[in-house]
Write a protein that binds this ligand. Structure first.
Ligand SMILES: *[C@@H]1O[C@H](CO)[C@@H](O)[C@H](O)[C@H]1NC(C)=O
Ligand SMILES: *[C@@H]1O[C@H](CO)[C@@H](O)[C@H](O)[C@H]1NC(C)=O
Ligand SMILES: *[C@@H]1O[C@H](CO)[C@@H](O)[C@H](O)[C@H]1NC(C)=O
Ligand SMILES: *[C@@H]1O[C@H](CO)[C@@H](O)[C@H](O)[C@H]1NC(C)=O
Ligand SMILES: *[C@@H]1O[C@H](CO)[C@@H](O)[C@H](O)[C@H]1NC(C)=O
Ligand SMILES: *[C@@H]1O[C@H](CO)[C@@H](O)[C@H](O)[C@H]1NC(C)=O
Ligand SMILES: *[C@@H]1O[C@H](CO)[C@@H](O)[C@H](O)[C@H]1NC(C)=O
Length: 739
């Protein structure tokens, strides 16, 4: 099937139609890390005998927490590919927010990794409001970092800028509420279980699981710079091990640069993708006997400088002819750009997700087990809001340059080899197209000369910085932030940085910290998709090529330099101990009356003579391990079940012979189960539960159950009623012949 949308952006035709739709139908608004290793203590004023220096034997206070942040798994678009046909229909794996709090007894920092496409400004503002209500000024914009794993199978609907709202069907309250509540709950849990502990760090390389998806752009970076690195993506895995004072593990936080897009845009089930599966395996391993990893041990896999890093390791091919795609522009001789897609390493997306996830898990487990380098010293946080449309970048002693009002280039609509775009857009295009430019001009107006000049050589497709109806289309105010834990610093980047951009940021921050003698042996890692989404950040040289990532570098050619300038400022403030003197910067807006284009779920209907929860398609009486048990129920719309965080739509249960009870062995959070909700016509729907029976499954007697709610209308109001359905009992054996 031909793909019609783009990875991490918004597709072209759909977008144009949505614009048309919005404009024509007159929808009313009312409806509407850097990781730094410092073997010495971190001192604020190195000259003085510093009372603020913590002796290494002082433990940190550490808290870890995990909470479900899965929103409504029906009707809501999935966030990432911006494919309007990729609408949620069930659960592959649940989405979790994982929080880590570290306190040095005078200050504390919080790092949250949430299994969502990216953190949006709106989401962050709502989380910070909740935290303020609960904790006063304990958890603030400067000491809380929120990072997304970049799964493209999380739910949309949590944005306040128009461009993102269009493919989200607007602002969807139940969707953002689930993420806000999940993030805040993960922080609550971490807050409540804080206790003295230690942090160890380890590093290693994981090869063969990633490849650069824009090598042509990468190769445009200076040769001397490229020669310093062995690979065109960062292979390093950085792992933090959190233990209590007895040495018992509390948590693990790792960073690895990979796009969480092993699940393709043909998937409709909510999924935490490759990084999520790695975290899940780690938690299952540590929380022995737990259901789908739930337990006191929290393991998170955070995103890094993964902007140009694909997990689809077989690389791009023309899916129609099997040829190699064009190296420069990723287009195919027949069918153009849409036909060029990357897959692998597995035979399908589930297997690819499993393989990449398992490999990341194995590597982090190895690093965790052998982590010995302990972090010591104070905790710092530095944060600013920056008007990114208005940064003057000092290039050298004589020249300066400016960032631009946001705009997306033509190649943005071409998408990537992880999710092809539509129509005849091509990556690496530095010239506009009179046809599309004409449509753009007619719909949204001609970009100003100033904006066009500022973005050169990017041909502008959407001049989002000049589009303000009904709300601004892109943010101007963004967060820049660095937190440090002793020698360790995490740089929170508000977007997707490419490999080389990430390296430059790390190097700049390392240099800035070390010139002040406050840090030595500084090791640096970047956390991506933090705090507010601003698409991509390429190097100036990559920008000149105008592949997808460059066309999506919205503040123009000097975007990276502007960020580096600000991150240097934050690092300097930390090193000099004057974080408090940093100007706060302009506060981001909080728009009211955001529109929603998602109607309430309709009344649920069922086929004649059936009941909700009744089995439409029964299980087989007998399965062998390695097989797939499958059952289909008459279902209601999952949105009618309301907030299902920490609950489940399905269970797989095993009969316990001696006690005559049914024990739950899997839920909808389990990797082994797939809950497909299929929406039919006229309010009818059904739910198929597949259980991929693992080879390790115990032989015995099993059943599958489904829980849901259906909506009916009486004269005055609608009524929600719960239902459940149970499959027939079936047996599972190791071999079909030895029952
Ligand atoms: C892509 O680049 C090749 C040259 O490498 C060129 O022949 C081809 O026309 C380009 N395709 C498009 C759609 O621009
Ligand atoms: C950002 O800077 C631009 C250019 O100076 C200015 O027009 C705009 O009002 C600023 N935006 C905000 C939200 O402060
Ligand atoms: C400063 O940068 C500009 C623009 O890149 C360049 O033309 C100029 O030669 C540089 N000057 C110095 C002194 O490096
Ligand atoms: C893209 O398609 C439009 C409409 O068919 C056409 O006018 C335009 O020339 C095409 N552009 C390219 C680069 O092929
Ligand atoms: C529903 O049940 C009634 C009464 O048993 C029967 O007459 C009718 O044919 C059934 N309808 C369907 C579609 O099975
Ligand atoms: C329960 O165990 C007994 C004795 O081991 C056995 O005879 C019986 O078949 C088992 N029943 C089921 C449902 O597995
Ligand atoms: C479930 O619903 C889908 C969509 O309406 C339909 O195609 C399918 O046949 C249904 N399955 C069963 C077993 O009724």
């Amino acid at each position: 099937m031909a793909r019609k949308a783009v990875c991490c952006g918004l597709s072209s035709l759909e977008l144009l139609f949505m614009v048309l739709f919005l404009l024509m139908t007159g929808i009313t608004v009312g409806l509407i890390t850097v990781l730094a290793i410092n073997l010495n203590s971190h001192t604020q004023e190195p000259e003085e005998p510093t009372p603020s220096v913590k002796p290494p034997e002082n433990p940190y206070l550490i808290g870890v927490g995990r909470a479900d942040c899965t929103g409504p798994v029906g009707d809501v678009p999935l966030m990432g590919y911006a494919n309007l046909e990729q609408i949620a229909g069930g659960i592959h794996t649940r989405l979790f927010s994982r929080a880590f709090i570290v306190d040095d007894s005078s200050r504390r920092v919080v790092f949250v990794s949430a299994e969502i496409g990216m953190v949006s400004q709106r989401l962050r503002l709502e989380v910070l409001k909740e935290l303020e209500l609960k904790y006063g000024d304990l958890y603030r914009q400067d000491n809380v970092v929120l990072s997304g794993t970049h799964t493209h199978s999380g739910l949309a609907g949590y944005f306040q800028y128009t461009l993102f709202m269009i493919t989200s069907k607007g602002y969807i309250k139940p969707s953002i509420q689930a993420i806000v509540n999940g993030i805040v709950k993960s922080i609550d849990l971490a807050h409540r279980n804080m206790r003295p502990g230690r942090i160890f760090m380890n590093k290693g390389e994981l090869l063969d699981n990633t490849r650069n998806r824009s090598p042509h752009s990468y190769m445009n970076n200076p040769e001397e710079e490229r020669k310093r690195y062995k690979y065109d993506t960062d292979k390093q895995v950085v792992t933090l091990k959190f233990t209590d004072l007895d040495g018992d593990g509390m948590g693990m936080l790792s960073s690895f640069a990979v796009h969480s897009v092993s699940m393709h845009e043909t998937n409709q089930m909510v999924s935490s993708d490759n990084l999520g599966y790695a975290a899940y395996l780690f938690e299952q391993d540590k929380n022995t006997g737990s259901l789908s990893g739930k337990g006191p041990f929290v393991a998170a896999m955070a995103s890094a400088n993964s902007g140009d890093v694909s997990p689809n390791t077989r690389g791009p091919y023309c899916i129609n002819t099997g040829e190699r795609c064009d190296y420069l522009n990723s287009s195919c001789p027949i069918g153009g750009n849409e036909m060029c897609l990357a897959f692998g390493p597995g035979k399908d997306m589930f297997e690819s997700t499993r393989i990449i996830g398992e490999n990341i898990y194995r590597k982090t487990k190895e690093l965790y087990s052998s982590a010995e380098q302990e972090l010591h010293g104070s905790v710092y946080a530095a944060h600013q809001w920056v008007n990114m449309t208005d940064v003057t970048v000092q290039l050298n002693s004589t020249h300066s340059a400016k960032t631009c009002k946001p705009a997306l280039g033509h190649s943005f609509a071409a998408g990537t080899t992880d999710g092809g775009g539509a129509l005849n857009f091509t990556q690496a295009s530095v010239e506009g197209d009179p046809f599309w430019d004409g449509i753009r001009d007619a719909l949204v107006g001609v970009p100003s000369q100033e904006t066009q000049d500022c973005h050169v050589p990017k041909p502008i497709l959407f001049n989002t910085g000049e589009m303000n109806w009904p709300f601004p289309w892109h943010p101007a105010i963004v967060d820049v932030q660095i937190i440090t834990i002793g020698s360790l610093a995490i740089v929170a980047v508000p977007g997707e940085v490419t490999t080389m951009s990430g390296r430059r940021i790390r190097e700049a921050v390392k240099q800035e910290l070390e010139t002040q003698n406050a840090f030595t042996n500084t090791e640096v890692v970047v956390a991506g998709l933090c705090n507010v989404y601003t698409h991509y950040i390429t190097t100036y040289e990559e920008y000149q090529v105008q592949r997808y990532e460059a066309a999506s570098t919205i503040y123009g050619p000097h975007t990276l330099s502007a960020y580096i300038q600000h991150f240097r400022g934050l690092a300097r403030a930390i090193a000099q101990g004057n974080v408090g003197e940093l100007p706060k910067g302009p506060e981001p807006p909080f728009f009211s009356k955001l529109f929603s284009l998602l109607p309430d779920p309709p009344v649920d209907r069922k086929p004649e003579n059936t009941t909700f929860g009744q089995v439409l398609q029964q299980v087989d009486p007998l399965y062998k391990v390695g097989g797939v048990a499958s059952v289909t129920f008459v279902a209601g719309n999952p949105r009618n079940s309301g907030d299902m965080r920490d609950k489940t739509f399905i269970t797989v249960e095993k009969f316990h012979n001696t006690t005559s009870t049914w024990d739950i062995v899997h839920t909808d959070a389990s990797w082994e189960t797939r809950f497909h909700w299929m929406k039919g016509s006229g309010g009818q729907s059904n739910a198929t539960v597949d259980w991929h029976i693992p080879l390790s499954a115990q032989p015995g007697t099993y059943r599958i159950r489904h829980f849901g709610h259906f909506k009916q209308r009486n004269i005055i109001t609608s009524v929600i009623t719960s239902y459940e359905g149970t499959s027939e009992v079936f047996r599972v054996t190791k071999s079909l012949y030895s029952i």
